[in-house]
Ligand binder design. Sequence first.
Ligand code: SF4
Ligand code: SF4
Length: 335
Amino acid sequence: MKTVKLGKTGLIVSKNGFGALPIQRISKKNAVYLLQKAFYNGINYFDTARAYSDSEEKIGAAFSYIRDKIIISTKTAAQNADEFWKDLEQSLKNLQTNYIDIYQFHNPSFCPKPGDKSGLYDAMLEAKKQGKIRFIGITNHRMTVAKEAISSKLYDTLQFPFSYLGGESDIEIVNLCKENNMGFIAMKALSGGLITDSAAAYAYLSQFNHVAPIWGIQRENELDEFLSYNDNPPIFTDNMKKQIEHDRKELSGDFCRGCGYCMPCPAGIQINDCARMSLLLRRAPKDDYLTKEWQEEMKKIEGCLHCNNCMSKCPYKLNTPELLKKNYEDYKTFL
Ligand code: SF4
Ligand code: SF4
């Protein structure tokens, strides 16, 4: 089975990491079953976040008896030191452990550093000193913050979106992490549902031996698919290359990459999914996006304030409010 060394942490994780965001949506019993099945079939790395409701609790329930056999990363979206400590204590309790392997700042809008007024990085250092965390990580969707985190040399790992739809600038981040011996954890390796061929996604990422992808897993058949790659890793074939070129062409132009650089939105619109709903409906199982929850999310587009904050932050220069409107119109035809 393929493994990845996470940079200077020295941690060896399975090439398939388990992204535990989707297990929020299933029962505790089913989640524990999936997590344990993953572990007993070779997955040793599980990534979650304080923000993923009961995901941490489910991991705690599944693994408290074999804590030292697995590697856990979780995240805090704290804005100051007080919130940091509250989150950390809660995560330790939920995960039924007294240490977290990689504790990550969850998509902060800036790169926390020692002595800054947020006090966040100093709190991380103190938590490390106390043995409550082993390594310091950061997750981000913003190129600028990611680059700053790498050059600061303050972080052991970076979690960043990376898939075969990524451009040269994403590959630059991946390579910079390698040069700086920083672990690279790839989120959204299926581009949030736009990539439907997981074998091609896996084979593409296999070319980068220091990259550890985490796959969001909710169903047993999804888990089985990734487990099958442990024994028979998909090879990057010419056909896959053609398919990737085709996807890159199809998903070019006015297409939202789901990066989230434009967020948060003052009207609470989940722009990174809603602005590409037409693609999600056509490229992924559409029923997943027609639920009551999603209908409510899409309806928020009606409340767009046309402040254009999103447009000014989009690195792809998309007319985001217009794109949201188009996607909403199209969405209604599916209902
Ligand atoms: S223009 Fe609309 S979608 Fe964009 S940030 Fe403002 S309210 Fe949100
Ligand atoms: S609108 Fe632009 S910035 Fe926002 S999620 Fe889509 S691609 Fe990213």
